[in-house]
Write a protein that binds this ligand. Structure first.
Ligand SMILES: [Zn+2]
Length: 89
């Protein structure tokens, strides 16, 4: 399946942009930041944090539930097996 958006590191965040944008082209991120697509994206820029605005816009476009789900905070995941065990006691 052809994706409509791709991820692109830009000004300290990994943003989503239209997949058709090529290097040096003027466009904007999914969260609305105007940009000129950089010619290269050095490896370390892919370690920048994901832009929350682009993440939620991309998820709603793809039909993926927002994160964190059910109001759970990220990083506080409890495995199902442990939940079941905890409920028995
Ligand atoms: Zn963004």
């Amino acid at each position: 399946m052809k994706r409509e958006f791709r991820w692109l590191p830009y000004e300290g965040r990994r943003h989503a942009v239209r997949a058709v944008l090529v290097a040096h082209e003027v466009g904007e991120t999914l969260c609305g930041v105007p940009l000129v697509v950089p010619a290269t994206s050095p490896y370390e820029r892919w370690c920048w944090p994901t832009c929350p605005g682009c993440d939620s816009a991309w998820r709603s476009h793809e039909g993926i539930p927002a994160f964190p789900r059910d109001g759970r905070a990220p990083g506080r995941y409890t495995p199902r097996r442990r939940q079941a065990r905890d409920q028995r006691t």
